[in-house]
Design a protein around this ligand. Structure first.
Ligand SMILES: *Cc1c(COP(=O)(O)O)cnc(C)c1O
Length: 375
């Protein structure tokens, strides 16, 4: 049988554009006509709006979520000889940012019920070289930041939150990105608040770190043409800043839609043996709806292929745990020390989820999944 074209994609950015054209086009035109494409008022206004949204005094915009993580570690003077503890199950950028500073990532296993860092394992791995803990709020599910901060404070290490998938997530009713020493965000188009290109930001309460971040992201310059440190060029451009400022006004509404969709999936897919659905928790922003297939009869990759044949797009976040990536072979991690990350990498599947997905489409997805279960 010929595979049919994807009728229900894993995500679709064109629907949002169609819906908000009348908002986006005049903004785009105004930036183009204004001639200030880099920096200036537009970028400053977004930084202020995003700082307010996260509930911190400082927001420093940059080119991407990856840069946000890298810049955060650099601002903390983390480098060669230092260790940063993070999750074994995440996107490569999390680990890459650590390695780029010259520091060593220390990977700990995640919990299968939350997909997030197992704090007991974090406690075991804190050592004399540990300089920071980097929790990842994976799929939008907030990490238990109260306990994590206690652990970090007791050991005198910094906390760098990877909020890339969690813009708008809350822990104990306070936004992620305000709990850690620094909060790192991505505005990649498929994230909760997505630009029409690349973008990122760092949030903090600390004026000194804010100042240092502004220097590092701008060629290490304290004043123009006077560099005090080796920096990079990492800018959010004015067009992205203008579009993000406009989109920020709709974010809560989009997050509500994501929560409704997640709840509906949980109802539509309840009671299938060997299909574990992601648990709800207060403050979850549902960037992804990721199920775990642990059936003896149904294998994840078969399910994915059958859904694809039915025109339903899915994604595997992530097929290889970070310490088992070829790039980290030299660290010689043993699979046995990260059993949950290994099992998840073989069993997870992320279903279509984006604010504009319709109820009828969700019913089609659920019906297709049920057909596979019936065999
Ligand atoms: C997307 C993502 C990043 C990187 O963000 P970019 O803007 O694509 O550089 C980092 N960490 C996690 C967990 C992500 O999902």
């Amino acid at each position: 049988m010929m595979p049919v074209a994807t009728a229900i994609p894993q995500f679709d950015l064109t629907r949002q554009y169609q819906h908000y054209r009348e908002v986006f086009l005049p903004i785009t035109q105004a930036v183009l006509a204004g001639g200030a494409y880099i920096g200036g008022e537009t970028v400053a206004r977004f930084e202020q709006a995003f700082a307010e949204y996260v509930g911190v005094p400082y927001c420093i915009s940059c080119n991407s979520g990856t840069d946000a993580l890298y810049l955060a570690l650099r601002a903390l003077n983390i480098g060669s000889g230092d260790e940063v503890i993070t999750a074994a199950f995440s996107f490569i950028a999390t680990a890459e940012a650590i390695s780029l500073t010259g520091a060593t990532p220390v990977f700990v296993d995640v919990r299968p019920d939350t997909f997030n860092l197992d704090l007991e394992q974090v406690a075991h791995r804190l050592g004399k070289n540990t300089k920071a803990i980097m929790p990842v709020h994976l799929f939008g599910r907030p990490v238990e930041m109260t306990a994590l901060n206690q652990l970090a404070q007791a050991h005198g290490v910094a906390v760098v939150e990877d909020c890339a998938q969690a813009t708008g997530s809350r822990w104990q009713n306070r936004p992620v990105g305000q709990w850690g020493t620094l909060g790192c965000f991505s505005f990649y188009p498929t994230k909760n608040l997505g630009a029409m290109g690349d973008g990122g930001a760092i949030t903090t309460h600390d004026p000194h770190l804010a100042q240092r971040l502004r220097e590092i992201k701008n060629h290490g310059q304290r004043e123009r043409y006077h560099s005090v440190t080796v920096g990079v060029n990492s800018r959010l451009d004015a067009l992205q800043a203008a579009l993000l400022t406009a989109k920020l006004a709709y974010l809560e509404q989009w997050l509500t839609q994501r929560r409704v969709l997640a709840e509906r999936y949980r109802q539509l897919l309840a009671d299938l043996p060997g299909l574990t659905l992601p648990q709800d928790c207060p403050g979850h922003s549902w960037n992804q709806f990721t199920v775990i297939i642990q059936s003896h009869h149904i294998n994840r990759d078969d399910l994915r292929a059958k859904l694809q044949q039915a025109g339903i797009g899915t994604a595997i976040y992530y097929p290889v745990p970070l310490p088992l990536q070829p790039v980290y072979e030299f660290l010689q991690y043993d699979k046995q020390h990260i059993p949950h990350a290994v099992a998840l990498s073989q069993r997870v599947l992320s279903l279509p989820l984006f604010p504009e997905l319709t109820e009828a489409e969700q019913e089609q997805v659920a019906a297709a999944v049920r057909r596979v279960w019936r065999g």
